[in-house]
Design a protein around this ligand. Structure first.
Ligand code: FE2
Length: 379
């Protein structure tokens, strides 16, 4: 669907159901990790995130520590348990490091909770008010695929650094940013035949619409395949593609993820930049590892995407991919998984008009992923 089709579909949907879950944007993404102090160092050093807020023994938090890092509009929270009794351990034992919370910024966390629960969402956290001298925040939450949750964050009556209970995190170690601006989309991997269930969940329970679909013919190589549906909220600020594995000659990359994550979960976060060549050059120099693309990809690039502003030799040197739709073009590149289990990775994306997700790159990209799977013995 192009932007016009999406707008008319949304109009129809809201005429029938009303926009019962208005979302202002992503509030933060919280990861459960084995060692938050070291993970924070990685995200500062490698990705250029800035120290924002902290919670831990020094602030009276006895059970867990959380480090909040920011870069432009992106906010991530890294949380680790401080003793064996914390339920966070169960999550870590099963899944390893990964995304637990995709928090959404709303004007009314009680209404968001009631609207989604009444449409069939499973409760994670009833609306609860947290306060300190800077005001109060109301948060509530529901489960989505696997053990992943959405928290609704109402912060209009709060002007502290992050959330009540956090103090500003002042650090002497402050590497520069890398030009990352906002989260473009976040992708969930679900099990065999589960894609439609979760696409429907986002439609019925959260008022999203399906703006794009890819079947196994779009996304297959000789060996592995997947299917995907892109779900978007009303204002388009939140986009959640949902992937499921498809039959191929060998194991789908989605199946590999689900085996190692031991369940459904977040596969990748796409982070947007205004200058992908500069951002990727810096990320590489700071140790971020990207998938490599066969040079033959660049021989055909010009004829496939037409005229672009960037120098193709420079794109080839960095391994950046390009795709065009009827609204413009986009540039993208994918990191290798950022933990030992082959689970979560990142996409760096720059949009120049295009609203799509790089369908023209799937083949080159998946051949590259298969190469990595073969090295791991999981193809
Ligand atoms: Fe993506």
């Amino acid at each position: 669907m192009n932007t016009k089709d999406i707008a008319s579909t949304l109009e129809k949907v809201y005429k029938e159901a009303g926009d019962f879950l208005p979302l202002n944007g992503t509030d933060y993404v919280e990861f459960y990790v084995g060692n938050a102090k070291q993970a924070a160092h990685f995200y500062k050093t490698a990705f250029g995130f800035q120290s924002l807020a902290y919670k831990g023994l020094e602030t009276g938090s006895q059970d867990y520590s959380s480090y909040v890092l920011a870069q432009d509009k992106i906010r991530i929270v890294l949380t680790t348990p401080l003793n064996s009794k914390s339920p966070i351990n169960d999550h870590l034992r099963k899944h390893g490091d990964g995304v637990k919370v995709i928090a959404l910024w709303v004007d009314d966390a009680v209404k968001s909770y009631n609207e989604t629960i009444s449409r069939g969402a499973k409760s994670f956290m009833e609306p609860s008010k947290e306060e300190d001298s800077n005001g109060f925040v109301i948060r509530s939450g529901v489960y989505t695929y696997g053990e992943t949750v959405h928290l609704f964050v109402e912060r209009k009556n709060y002007n502290g650094i992050f959330l009540p209970g956090y103090k500003a995190w002042k650090s002497d170690y402050n590497p520069t940013t890398t030009g990352l601006k906002y989260i473009d989309h976040m992708v969930g991997n679900v099990g065999w035949n589960e894609m439609n269930t979760w696409a429907e969940y986002y439609q019925k329970v959260m008022g999203f619409v399906n703006v794009l679909s890819f079947d196994d013919k779009d996304i297959s190589t000789e060996y592995s395949a997947l299917m995907s549906k892109v779900m978007s909220n009303g204002n388009g600020r939140i986009k959640f593609p949902i992937n499921e594995p498809a039959e191929g000659k060998k194991r789908s990359q989605i199946e590999e993820y689900i085996n190692f994550y031991e369940g459904q979960g977040v596969q990748h976060l796409a982070l947007a930049t205004d200058n992908i060549i500069e951002t990727v050059s810096v990320l590489k120099s700071r140790g971020v590892e990207f998938l490599t693309i066969p040079t033959v990809y660049y021989d055909e690039l010009q004829s496939r995407v037409g005229k672009i502003d960037e120098n193709i030799t420079e794109l080839a040197k960095l391994g950046i991919l390009v795709d065009r739709d009827d609204e413009g073009y986009m540039l993208q590149i994918f990191t290798k998984p950022v933990e030992d289990r082959p689970t979560l990775f990142y996409e760096i994306i720059q949009r120049k008009g295009a609203t799509s997700f790089g369908k023209g790159n799937f083949k080159a990209l998946f051949e590259s992923i298969e190469l990595e799977q073969a090295k791991r013995g999981t193809l």
